[in-house]
Design a protein around this ligand. Structure first.
Ligand SMILES: NC(=O)C1=CN([C@@H]2O[C@H](COP(=O)(O)OP(=O)(O)OC[C@H]3O[C@@H](n4cnc5c(N)ncnc54)[C@H](OP(=O)(O)O)[C@@H]3O)[C@@H](O)[C@H]2O)C=CC1
Ligand SMILES: C[C@H]1O[C@H](OP(=O)(O)OP(=O)(O)OC[C@H]2O[C@@H](n3cnc4c(=O)[nH]c(N)nc43)[C@H](O)[C@@H]2O)[C@@H](O)[C@@H](O)C1=O
Length: 314
């Protein structure tokens, strides 16, 4: 690792904790990994953030802090998703620049791309047509973050750049019954149904939307790969390039959990973007590919969920 003091923002989250695991097990770990909980450092507080960067002077920042949630949370709380994500990104990118951080890796999401982007989605489809309404606030905040990294790099020559992960899953996820993403939401619902002997489980929406899923440990290797590149893209998709229907995902999760009842669809719930599959040519051309396939990843994620019932977030 070329860095001595890496700040992992959001280290208790799913992505942040995967980054910490990878950094600690890397053959050449950084001398110091800085972490702060939200209670210790609210990244929305501009003065506190600037004071932190002035005092600690990290040479690298992996920015995995954000207000994150699934389709329901994004659609219900757009004010918080827009405000908090914009504030966290602005404060941290600007203070990193002011206090000579050498490298800043900002995490966005593939929801930054237009709702009707060409499939698989190339990086240059950004800002070519309207966004998906259910996550517009979050997407706009993430677009500002990735663009600010690009602007500071272009104007001041600092190595600030971004990764756009596809939908993620894995250990440390949020299993809230309403505010989570689809994989943790369904793992929990099928698990509870199996334990209670329920005859059916209801899955949101029509079942027709297609999504791509990347295990968070693969994302972590991708992020550590990107911060080693001497001339990384301003933003790059990080995904598998393979997607499936939500109805087929639900069937896979039912099988992994061992739920044998009926699967129903609740079409009063939103579908969101009809299809969101990344073009991964750019990151693949730099030498990174994912290693964990979805079936294997769902099994290990469910095993982790069962083994950590007392500590899972919900
Ligand atoms: N999950 C997914 O499917 C995807 C995630 N991403 C991106 O990856 C990144 C990480 O996501 P993920 O790990 O899933 O999210 P989590 O919700 O698991 O973790 C988010 C982390 O952000 C921290 N945080 C939130 N608000 C603040 C704040 N005001 N000040 C300081 N820290 C704060 C939380 O800290 P604390 O624990 O102290 O509360 C938490 O540790 C995000 O940028 C997200 O947009 C991108 C694509 C898909
Ligand atoms: C990562 C990404 O995550 C969000 O976008 P999303 O792709 O729509 O993610 P989602 O996981 O919430 O839903 C995927 C699909 O699955 C369906 N679905 C079925 N049953 C459940 C269910 O039980 N829970 C959830 N959440 N969805 C369900 C759901 O109706 C939808 O069709 C945004 O936050 C966006 O900002 C973002 O970055």
């Amino acid at each position: 690792m070329n860095y001595q003091k890496i700040f992992v923002a959001g280290h208790r989250g799913m992505v942040g904790s995967a980054l910490i695991r990878k950094l600690q097990s890397s053959p050449n770990p950084p001398a110091e990994i800085l972490t702060r909980t939200r209670d210790q450092l609210d990244l929305c507080d501009q003065a506190a953030v600037d004071d932190f960067f002035a005092t600690e002077k990290p040479d690298c920042v992996l920015f995995a802090a954000a207000k994150v949630g699934g389709i329901h949370a994004n659609a219900t709380y757009p004010a918080e998703f827009g405000y908090e994500n914009t504030a966290m990104a602005m404060n941290s990118i600007h203070s990193a620049y002011r206090h000579q951080t050498k490298r800043f890796l900002f995490l966005g999401s593939t929801c930054i791309y237009p709702r009707n982007a060409p499939q698989p989605i190339p990086e240059d489809s950004l800002l070519t047509s309207p966004l998906e309404q259910t996550n517009e606030a979050y997407a706009l905040a993430k677009i500002m973050g990735l663009k600010l990294c690009q602007y500071y790099r272009q104007q001041y020559g600092v190595m600030f750049h971004s990764a756009m992960p596809t939908n993620l899953y894995g250990p440390g996820d949020n299993y809230h019954s309403e505010n989570s993403h689809v994989i943790p939401g369904l793992i929990r619902r099928f698990h509870d149904a199996k334990l209670s002997g329920a005859e059916s489980v209801t899955v949101w929406g029509s079942g027709n939307p297609r999504r791509e899923f990347l295990h968070v440990d693969d994302l972590a290797t991708g992020v550590l790969h990107l911060i080693q590149l001497s001339d990384p893209p301003d933003w790059v998709n990080v995904g598998t390039g393979t997607d499936l229907r939500i109805a087929d995902l639900a069937q896979k999760i039912a099988t992994v959990v061992g739920f044998q009842g009926k699967i129903l669809q609740d079409t009063s719930k939103p579908d969101g973007t009809p299809v969101k599959r990344t073009n991964t040519d750019l990151i693949n051309s730099t030498g990174w590919t994912p290693k964990i396939d979805l079936d294997q990843g769902l099994q290990s994620t469910y095993a982790d969920f069962v083994a950590n019932q007392e500590t899972i977030r919900c």
